[in-house]
Structure formats: C-alpha cells, structure tokens
Design a protein around this ligand. Sequence first.
Ligand SMILES: [Fe+2]
Ligand SMILES: [Fe+2]
Length: 245
Amino acid sequence: MIRLESVSHAPTDAVAGEPLDRPATRLITPDMVRDLPRVRTYIRQADAALAEIGYTEHGERHVSLVSHIAFNILKRLGHPQRECELAEIAGFLHDMGNAVNREHHAQTGAVIAMHILSDMGMPDAEVVRVMGAIGNHHENDGDPVSPVAAAVILADKSDVHRTRVRNPDMIKFDIHDRVNYAVEKSFLNVDEAGKTITLELTIDSGISQVMEYFEIFMTRMLASRKAAKFLGTSFGLMVNGNRLT
Ligand SMILES: [Fe+2]
Ligand SMILES: [Fe+2]
C-alpha cells in the first residue's frame, strides 16, 4: 500500500524555515525605517552616484527634510496619523532609486522600498501605498495618486536651498547650482484654515534672478500645484515677500 503524505509546496525561507508568503503584521514605524543600516547604505550610495554626475545634494539631509515636511503637510490637513507616518516613510525612502540610475529613479526606488519594507514585515496594503508615492514623486513622470504621494511631491519640490550646492565655485556656470545657491531660506507654509500651501522663498537676486528660478523650476511648480489641488488646497509661491502665484 502506498501512503500519500501531504506536502506543503509553499517556498520556505532557508534560514528560518518559515513560508515566504507569511502574513506580515508588524507595525513599522518611521524610526524603524530610518534606523535600518540597509536604508542608510542605499541613501548614501544614491547620493554618491548623483555627486558623480554633478547633481545637487540628495542625501540624508534632503530625505530627512522631505520626510519631515511630508508628515507635517498631512498632519496639518487633518489626515489620519498612520497616513502621515506612511508619508514620512515614503519621504525618507523616495530617492534611493538614484543608486540604480537617475533615469526612472522614482520607479526603481519604489521597488527597492518594497523589498526593504516587506522584509521588515510591513503589511502589503501599506507597502503599496508607499510604493505609489515614491514611484510618482518625480515631476516628469509622476502624479499625485494618493494623499501620501501628494505630500511627498510637495515636500520634495520645496527643498530648494543653498546647502544643496556641492561646489559653490560652479555657480557661475550651472543654473541649477546658481538658483539653489541663491535661495537663502525656503519654507512650505500649510494654512489649513485658508486651504493654501505656499512655498515661501528668500532669494538673493544678486546671485540669481527670480526669472532663472522659473526657467528651471516651472515643471516642479506645476507638479506642486497639482499635488496641492489633490489635497483640496491651492498652491502659492512667494518670493522675497511678494506673492507670485
Ligand atoms: Fe527624486
Ligand atoms: Fe528628492
């Protein structure tokens, strides 16, 4: 007589011996993501790759700021706490794809984030929301597909600042460096009562004319306006105390 034994064909983790499709139930906090050495490695490598091809700073300073601002935008507009935290996580992870290639860095970054967050045990329903936000953050090929995505777009586009310029000697030659270097102060003002989000900039017009800002940042401004609209607000730009939009 042949005895048939029931055999599980689910793939198993060779180390832990657990099925790979185990349900993920852990609550992953923004601090847990920030503190992961693997995340730090990807962010550092992404920034190093951009340094090689002459881009402004996209490292821990930039992603920490974007993370913080994305959280605050949703918080000020009264979104649920967990949604604010997902924006905070997406903001921190949004530029890792630059470690692969500047082209399509939003999409490759989303896939990298999926691996990291899934490995940490974040539920799939949350992972996809973070992926959608990261994959849509770039102004050329992204859209505010969710509140988390809209918050990351607004936060990312608001980071224009002198400290992002790696080599101030280049400001004579490179318009991106010049415009960033000219910005002494940038602040994203969320007015929940007035339903407006205003990017307030202080620009040293001795270094760069305001027109130069528009020349290179027009698509960013349009992306910000779209994102603000998605969140039920209007977007404004204020330069040196003058409201321009
Ligand atoms: Fe980016
Ligand atoms: Fe960015």
